[in-house]
Design a protein around this ligand. Structure first.
Ligand code: PNS
Length: 177
């Protein structure tokens, strides 16, 4: 028997997580209802220019899940299925927010299956209230002075403020003069 879908088993949740959003956290909550442990696996991609370095993203996730022994974080490069196999996981988790996510995710899942048929991709849907939330939009909205406190965990909001040098003023971020 494989460890697919068993409590006590490990699921790998890969992504850029630049930065994590409440949508990601919502997916993790759902994964933990089905699987014993989740490993958030951050892709190290030298071709991308992320806002947060890999080390910062690891630290953010550690902080968000401090005290929760069922969630950990790691980094990987190379093929995701190879990483999952090395980690001893037979399940890859991906979140689907809307139909627009589906085509890319479907392609990736089938390619991953071809690369390693022992590893299953499981899609999970976040709460509808997060269906429009993405790391990219969070960064854009924050940078333009919009409120993101309902969209990201407090550690991310703090890191965004530090990154852009914006102090918190009466619940609203303010650009530094
Ligand atoms: O959060 P993202 O950026 O949508 O995550 C994409 C990710 C990291 C899951 C994907 O780019 C990936 O798995 N990259 C690893 C390289 C790989 O295995 N490529 C073949 C997959 S079809």
């Amino acid at each position: 028997m494989t460890n697919t879908g068993r409590k006590g088993s490990l699921a790998v949740f890969p992504g850029s997580f630049d930065p994590i959003t409440n949508g990601h956290l919502d997916i993790v909550d759902r994964v933990l209802r089905v699987f014993g442990r989740v490993r958030m696996a951050i892709l190290v991609n030298p071709e991308k220019r992320p806002l947060f370095s890999v080390d910062e993203r690891v630290a953010i996730i550690r902080e968000a899940y401090r005290g929760n022994p069922r969630v950990d974080v790691d980094t990987f490069s190379g093929l995701l299925v190879d990483y999952a196999e090395r980690a001893g996981a037979s399940v890859i988790i991906r979140g689907i927010r809307a139909i627009s996510d589906f085509e890319y995710e479907f392609q990736m899942a089938l390619m991953n299956r071809r690369l390693n048929p022992q590893i299953e991709t499981v899609f999970m849907m976040p709460a509808e209230s997060y269906s429009y939330v993405s790391s990219r939009l969070v960064k854009e909205v924050f940078q333009l002075g919009g409120r993101v406190s309902d969209l990201v965990p407090p550690v991310v909001e703090k890191r965004l403020r530090d990154k852009y040098g914006m102090p918190l003023v009466a619940g609203r971020v303010r650009r530094r003069k």
